[in-house]
Design a protein around this ligand. Structure first.
Ligand code: TRP
Length: 444
């Protein structure tokens, strides 16, 4: 059993909002829309939905139930079920992955904040460019974002993470609906909707299915113990099926809504929807520029993006924090500051890459150029796939899928009907699909 004071959500909705906050992030609002748009529109969305339902939901439930059953961080959870074995290395991998993702994710999130400040000052993207210009300034925004994350996590599970999720997630939803409604009234909006949603099945290839699968894992925050750690703060009577299902529904809903928010405006003002990763920082600002009241819209957009990113970095920091608090009896405050400092230092090379400083822009490894891209490949792709695969194998061979299903069913009687499909998914579908993702990442 973990220490009694390690923390607990005050309610089911507290867990759902915090976990949805982790899942909903730059992955949903920045990455999902442009990948979907590029790779078959509505057809990609359908493939993505299938991946979320068949792979994402089972792995999500497995992670949450492993956390709740052990009431521990990733290392402690594995150690409790199979003490004294190398399985705990998987737990350490989860911690490293959390730190690794946090370090570069916070660089992009810092850029979002620079844009937010730019729009708040009335100067828009141009002002943001000045604010975010040069290596020092990029590092300062990285630091700002890490400090914000630290301030939330230092408050603890109930008074930090849950409290802020309860305030920020409704704000995010409201702003998003406002921006969608605003966009749909623009002339030409329906063309954007059609481009985003019309299924083009001819574009569905093996690669597209692969990218839908890995997008699903990243977006649902799976494979590095974030959901495990959040699940460990659930009490013994909360309904795991309902918790997991709501998080999946929120995350997927927001990803699709993000497309509905972005493309009508992009089309209405005649911009290029296939600009890929540069969509939000380059194309959208010029869209806002052409829009009456564009500065307000831009402010709202970057505000909701900052919120989404913050609740995600909070979960990345919490995973590492939970380990030091549970296993090393460090105080939460000391841990959070130390881990935050480590994430900042590790993030500096990514920040310098973002600021265009040599050699960080030109380093090449694993077929990727630029330090930030390399970090994303290493932690955001490779390590998440390894982590999810090993986690599945741990549940199959060590913990046993039946026991996992019992843990879920113990507080969710309605799970009985889903038990067999769940067991089949965790035992066969998930490991095979993740192994294929992993192979493609390694061979890329
Ligand atoms: N899911 C978040 C997003 O979509 C990012 C994230 C937060 C994450 N925690 C994670 C990804 C843990 C993988 C693992 O932006």
């Amino acid at each position: 059993m973990g220490a009694p004071d390690r923390g607990e959500w005050s309610s089911q909705i507290g867990f759902i909002l915090a976990a949805a906050g982790s899942a909903i992030g730059l992955g949903n609002i920045w990455r999902f829309p442009y990948i979907a748009g590029e790779q078959g529109g509505g057809a990609f969305v359908l493939v993505y939905l299938a991946c979320v339902l068949l792979l994402g939901l089972p792995v999500m439930l497995a992670e949450i139930s492993l956390g709740r059953a052990t009431q521990r961080n990733p290392v402690g959870a594995l150690e409790q079920i199979r003490p004294g074995t190398r399985w705990k290395l998987l737990g350490y991998l989860a911690l490293l992955t959390g730190l690794g993702i946090l370090s570069y994710y916070a660089v992009i999130a810092g850029k979002v904040v620079a844009y937010l400040v730019g729009y708040a000052s009335g100067g828009g993207a141009e002002a943001a460019g000045v604010l975010f210009g040069g290596p020092w300034k990029v590092c300062v925004f990285l630091l700002v974002f890490i400090v914000l994350t630290v301030l939330v996590v230092v408050g603890g599970v109930k008074h930090g993470i849950e409290r802020w999720a309860k305030i920020l997630m409704p704000v995010l939803l409201l702003m998003m609906f406002a921006l969608i409604v605003r966009g749909l009234f623009l002339p030409g909006a329906s063309e954007g909707l059609a481009w985003f949603l019309t299924p083009d099945f001819s574009k569905i290839s093996f690669e597209v299915v692969l990218s839908a699968m890995s997008q699903a894992f990243f977006s649902l925050s799976l494979g590095m113990g974030a959901m495990l750690t959040y699940g460990s703060y659930l009490s013994r009577h909360q309904n795991l099926l309902r918790c997991g299902a709501w998080v999946v529904v929120f995350d997927t809903g927001i990803a699709i809504l993000a497309g509905l928010m972005i493309f009508p405006a992009v089309f209405a003002l005649g911009h290029d929807p296939t600009s890929g990763p540069t969509l939000i920082f380059e194309v959208l600002p010029s869209v806002f520029l052409g829009l009456p009241g564009g500065v307000v819209v831009g402010f709202a957009f970057f505000f909701l993006l900052s919120v989404a990113a913050l609740t995600s970095t909070v979960s990345l920091l919490e995973v590492v924090t939970a380990y030091f608090v549970d296993e090393r009896s460090w105080s939460r405050t000391t841990t959070v500051i130390a881990v935050g400092a480590a994430a900042f230092l590790l993030g500096v090379p990514s920040a310098l890459n973002e600021a265009g400083v040599e050699p960080w822009t030109t380093v090449t490894a694993f077929g990727t150029t630029g330090f930030l891209g390399i970090m994303d490949f290493l932690w955001g792709n490779l390590s998440l796939a390894v982590g999810s695969l090993l986690l599945c194998l741990f549940v199959i061979f060590v913990w046993k899928v039946e026991r996992c299903a019992d843990e879920i069913e113990s507080t969710a009687p309605e799970f009985r009907r889903l038990r067999t499909p769940f067991i089949l998914a965790v035992r066969f579908l998930c490991p095979i699909a993740i192994a294929v993702i992993l192979a493609s990442i390694v061979l890329h």
